[in-house]
Write a protein that binds this ligand. Structure first.
Ligand code: ADP
Length: 301
């Protein structure tokens, strides 16, 4: 079983010919409401890949909150520990995409920032019955820290996808088994400028010295690098027609976690996650783009 602490957002996406200037009103072309939030995206991806997953998180007592929870439930996830907080809105991301593919995004965390360490204490039953615990950085850092510390105390395999980029405390770092940053996030965490694979290696070694056991640095269309104390290996990405890269990092981390549950070797888990990441960029939106196990099985290079 898997447990994920993280955010739930409703993505409100509109497309425009060009970005509005301050003070300008424009007509948009179309509008869609797509379930998102890094935490919920990972839960959704795991469920579609056949993982038995429970989510810890929060929404407001509003329509978006209900839609987000129902949509995860429909995919087969357990949302009993997604609490509803009074007087605060469900997280939303207002996304504008122009004809050149450029986007501008305003995220209102709302209920995602309304949780504290109590939610971890109240979710210990779920944490105890899981073997892999996964989180990101779209909820308060003190809650992320508590989650990792408690999961580690119960001997769980912990995964942190450190997005959006933020500086991490020593106590967070030493309670991580697997860290899955992209290059920007790796740079923010270590303060080491990342311009080459040598820089990636240097930054990763620094984190291994601080207590992280394994690191997978994702490099977008360039694939990823796996680094542990005694192994370093580069993996290519699959070549696909890219439509929208939203949630690629989320689905990649989710697939690695599912691979771990299934007992895959690191080579097998990375190949699986690389397929899942590739499939995710061939479709628009966040949860709308996450593949099922059947789609992964039918995927060819
Ligand atoms: P993030 O979204 O966190 O920045 P990445 O962009 O590095 O994460 O994507 C995660 C993984 O998804 C990559 O390691 C790769 O396997 C896959 N991926 C991402 N972008 C592409 C792409 N354009 N083509 C093929 N695979 C991709």
């Amino acid at each position: 079983k898997l447990v994920v602490l993280g955010s739930l957002n409703m993505d409100l996406v509109c497309t425009v010919k060009n970005m509005p200037k301050p003070g300008e009103t424009l007509l948009g072309r179309d509008f869609s409401k797509i379930p998102g939030g890094k935490g919920a995206n990972q839960v959704c991806a795991m469920a579609r890949l056949g993982g038995q997953v429970s989510m810890i998180g929060a929404v407001g007592k509003d329509e978006f909150g209900t839609i987000l929870k129902d949509s995860l439930k429909k995919d087969g996830a357990n949302v009993d520990k997604v609490i509803e907080i009074d007087g605060v809105s469900t997280g939303v991301a207002m996304i504008t995409v122009d004809d050149s593919g450029e986007n501008s995004i305003v995220v209102v965390p709302g209920a995602n920032y309304g949780i504290d360490e109590d939610i971890i204490e109240n979710s210990m039953d779920i944490i105890k019955e899981s073997s892999v615990a996964v989180t990101q950085l779209e909820v308060p850092l003190n809650v992320v820290e508590e989650f990792l510390v408690e999961a580690k105390k119960c001997n769980k395999y912990t995964i942190l996808n450190p997005a959006p980029a933020n500086v991490l405390s020593e106590n967070i770092i030493k309670n991580i088994d697997l860290l899955t940053p992209n290059e920007t996030e790796l740079e923010t965490i270590t303060g080491i400028k990342i311009d080459s694979l040598e820089d990636v290696d240097k930054a990763a070694q620094h984190l291994l010295d601080m207590g992280v056991k394994e690191i997978i640095v994702t490099l977008g269309s360039k694939g990823c690098v796996y680094i542990s104390k005694d192994t370093k290996k580069y993996y290519d990405a699959f070549k696909v027609d890219v439509v929208d890269t939203t949630a690629a990092g989320d689905s990649f981390t989710a697939a690695i976690a599912v691979g771990k549950i299934k007992g895959l070797s690191i080579d097998e888990a990375v190949e699986f996650a690389t397929k899942v990441g590739a499939l995710t960029v061939t479709k628009k939106g966040a949860q709308s783009s996450l593949p099922t196990m059947e789609e992964v099985n039918n995927f060819r290079r």
